[in-house]
Design a binder for this molecule. Structure first.
Ligand SMILES: [Fe+2]
Ligand SMILES: [Fe+2]
Length: 177
């Protein structure tokens, strides 16, 4: 049985993951409008990943026979001044989520909820990767302000291959997209 405090906090986290997904769609649409297809594709894909994170949390709560509240989310930011702004916002968001996930881990541990602690482990590892890839992208996009082709080439080179699925990822409700 998952700890009640953990269940409450995980339900809150579901809202943050869906909000992250919406924000990444907004980022993607901005880049699509600027005819920067690689940046757009990167954020469209990130949006699906965040949606999947939310659905993994939904699956966990369903499996734990806990209450699941599908939340409304805060509207994303859409007015970007330049091509750097959406990535800077994304990095800020990933850092905030890392803190949230660490806090979730703290609740599971404090309440002796070992199953939940193990569930959260995967998200901690995922955050390390996402913060690192977003801060690299921020460095590149900053160098590309006058020459956006530079970041487009970078993404084509670094993320050109198909993204392999992660066999250690938790199951998502309805299946991962
Ligand atoms: Fe996430
Ligand atoms: Fe993320």
């Amino acid at each position: 049985m998952a700890a009640p405090r953990f269940i409450e906090r995980l339900n809150e986290q579901i809202a943050y993951e869906f909000a992250a997904s919406q924000q990444y769609i907004a980022n993607a649409v901005y880049y699509d409008g600027e005819t920067l297809p690689r940046l757009a594709a990167f954020f469209y894909a990130q949006a699906v990943e965040e949606r999947n994170h939310a659905m993994m949390m939904v699956r966990y709560l369903l499996d734990a026979d806990a209450e699941v509240a599908i939340p409304g989310v805060a509207a994303p930011e859409t007015g970007f001044g330049d091509i750097v702004a959406p990535v800077a916002l994304a990095l800020e968001q990933e850092r905030r989520v890392s803190d949230q996930i660490a806090a979730l881990m703290g609740v599971a541990r404090a309440d002796g909820d070992y199953l939940s602690e193990q569930f959260v482990q995967w998200f901690l590892k995922e955050q390390v990767e996402e913060v690192s890839s977003m801060s690299s992208l921020l460095a590149v996009v900053r160098r590309s302000k006058e020459t956006p082709g530079f970041v487009e080439d970078y993404l084509a080179r670094e993320l050109g291959g198909a993204q392999a699925g992660d066999p250690t990822a938790p199951a998502a409700a309805g299946g991962a997209l």
